[in-house]
Design a protein around this ligand. Structure first.
Ligand SMILES: [Zn+2]
Length: 151
């Protein structure tokens, strides 16, 4: 048996046998240093250089814990856009005001004006808009009188 380790240049280390050994050990996942310890005359650097020349793939990295982890898309739930319901503004009373005597529980209590009757009495004229029984005014006047305090 030849003493291959003696004065050989590292290039001489490589024979088909050692190349095969390198390939096999590399594929087994040994490090360059580990392989060089099994190939007489080789060094870690020569192993690395040979490995490059042979085009051996780098060792695969240990698989990461969760390679397929996909960052869950947090689907942002947009608040449903609700168009504000805009009530058409209550209509202003139409026509003449109605005299007190004709005003009743279903007409607005807002005084719209005054009339002087044949006897010289000044009488209030009421808004002729209908109102709900609970309210004192029609929607139009309710809106005016209660707008500021929000009631
Ligand atoms: Zn009214």
């Amino acid at each position: 048996m030849l003493e291959v380790g003696m004065a050989l240049k590292t290039d001489k280390v490589w024979t088909p046998a050692t190349v095969e050994l390198l390939k096999r050990l590399w594929e087994e996942g040994l490090s360059a240093a580990q392989i060089s310890s099994q190939i007489p005359g080789s060094t870690r650097n020569s192993i690395i250089g040979k490995r490059h020349r042979l085009g051996l793939p780098t060792h695969k990295q240990a698989p990461s814990q969760n390679p397929l982890r996909i960052r869950a898309k947090r689907e942002r739930v947009m608040p449903e856009f609700k168009p504000q319901i805009v009530l058409s503004p209550p209509e202003a009373p139409q026509g003449e005001g109605i005299p007190f005597m004709k005003a009743n529980s279903s007409t607005c209590r807002s005084v719209e004006g005054y009339e002087v009757n044949s006897k010289g009495h000044t009488l209030a004229l009421f808004c002729s808009n209908p109102k709900s029984l609970e309210a004192s005014f029609c929607a139009f006047h309710q809106n005016i009188y209660y707008r500021k305090d929000g009631r």
